[in-house]
Write a protein that binds this ligand. Sequence first.
Ligand SMILES: [Mg+2]
Length: 255
Amino acid sequence: MNEFEGRFSPEVELQFRQWKEKRGVEGVLFDLDDTLISTTELFRQQFELFFEFCKNSEPHLEINVFRKKFKELDDNSYATHGVSLEKFDMIVDALCKEYGTESFWDGLYIIHDIYNISPNIFEGARETLDVCKEAGLRIGLITHATDRWTDIKLDTLNLRSYFDHVKVVNIQQHKHKTDIHWKEAIDSLGIDPKELFAVGDSLTGDVEAAYKAGVKTLAWISPLWHIYGRGNLSEDVYIKVPNIGSLIPTLIANG
Ligand SMILES: [Mg+2]
C-alpha cells in the first residue's frame, strides 16, 4: 500500500506488527462467508423474495407462519444436508406437501439465484486484509461453497489479489468444513499451524476445526446464522470478536 487509505491508523498498524512478532504469527487463514462478506444477508434477502413468490401463488398462505416453517426446515437441514444445494429441494418438497401444492417449485430459482450473486463485503474487511498484507503475513482463504460462486465473490469484490492461497471446500461434496480441510489449506499456505491465526464465524467448522488442525491463535466472529454458534470448544481457547472490523483492535487488546 503506497498510502494509508483504510480506517486503521499507523499506530494500529504498528501495534499489529508488534502483536504479530510477539505471537510468532506468520500467516492468517480466513473463512469468507459471514466472516469477510455478508452472506446471511443475501440468503435472507432471497428467502424473502421466495416467500413473496409463494404468497402470490397461494394467496391464503400466512407469510409469518410460512417463514417460520421455512426457517425450521432450513435450521434442521444443516445436520442432514449441510449447506448443499439439495437442502432447498428437500425444504421446498416439505413445504409443497404441507400446503398441498406444487407451485412453490416454480420459485426455487429465486433461492438458486443466490449462487449467482456476490454478497456485500463487511465494513472493515478490506482494511483488515490490508493491515495483514502490510504486516507481511501470508493470507489464505478457506471457504465452504462452490468454485463458481467463490469466483463470483472474489472477482465482484476484487478480493482475489489478497490471497496467497484459496481453498474451496465444495458444498456438493462435503456437508461440513472440518479439520481435514483446514489442515489441507494450512499445508497449501506453507505455514506451520502454530504460526498461523484462524478467523471464522462457524464455531465448529472454523474455530474448532482449525484448533484440531493445530492452530493456536483463533478468532471467532459472531455468527449471523445461529446454527454456526453451536459447538463444544472451550471458550478460553479462542478470542471472541463481534465483527471483522473489530478483529485487529481486539487482537491487539488481547496481547
Ligand atoms: Mg462462514
